[in-house]
Design a protein around this ligand. Sequence first.
Ligand code: ZN
Length: 337
Amino acid sequence: MWWHSTNYLKQDGPTKGMLAHRRYSLYETPRLMLRCRLFGHKPVVDGHGPIGEALSAARWVVCDRCGVRPDPQGSLDPERYAIGEPYTGRLDNVVFITEFRESGGHRRPPGPWPVKPTGDMHAEVVVGQTWGVFSAELKVGNCGSDNKIGAHLRMWPIGAIYLGFGSHGTWLQRRLNPDGYESRVISLNVGEWRIGWKLWARRDAWSAGEPRWMQGFISLDLAQKLFGPKRYSYKPVEGPTYQWVRLNHGELHQVQLKLHKQRLGRPRLEWRAKYSWTVEWKADAPIPVGDGKTLSNGWVDVPEVSVENGMWDLTAAARAAHQINERRDRSDYRRQA
Ligand SMILES: [Zn+2]
């Protein structure tokens, strides 16, 4: 067992409002697994998949109780071994079992249990101003996580503490989140004018099918509540009208053009809204742009002056041509002879 600490303020120079920023690491600390030490490990098959058509799957051996894996963990045949079933094979990595020979080297038997399983632990501490307002999080990792259990607490302007328990939390991870490669998170986050939460939500993903209570946020932004969220909106003003779009080599396409007034701002805050002009173009027939793709419509901005002097359709046609040529340049388009 050994330890190491890093002083970030000394290493990277002082940061405004921060009094201390250090990381402490404790390496190769013995794993707590009293029962396994007394009675021996309990080998079971672990792994993931198959997933979808590609049938990506893997199986290895793990101790069901403490989560320690033999070294090497082995690579078993997913068709013969189901996740969770007891592993009764030998654990010495040298027996020449037919199964492993048959696989042509794709499968490997697991090796012996590590004699002294250890794990690493980390803590990062910030004293002083950090960012956000408040954040608390508990993470339960997956079978591929470096940190099986992680946690942090951050409070402005007091500081923050981040903890990672390495492989020490394997027992808990195997009980709470045994399947797949997605970590689960319970968190509360206050900052950027909102309160956000996650309740056993996947850490890096969100899908429409998820229950609403799992993750979400409440906006504290008064401007948003009173005047609505800042967004773009469009109002048709003129058109449709028709123009020719002239591409490189004199290639011509007819397009339909519609002039729109674009507004950027909060719905109920008129004096802060920004207006500009934009034109929607629609080609009569799809225009090839290379790589087997076509373009049949798009949007181009036009300046106020073009609208004032009634030339917006010509400007828009020229800009649409530029847009199409640029797309063709990007895909290295070659015109058919
Ligand atoms: Zn064990």
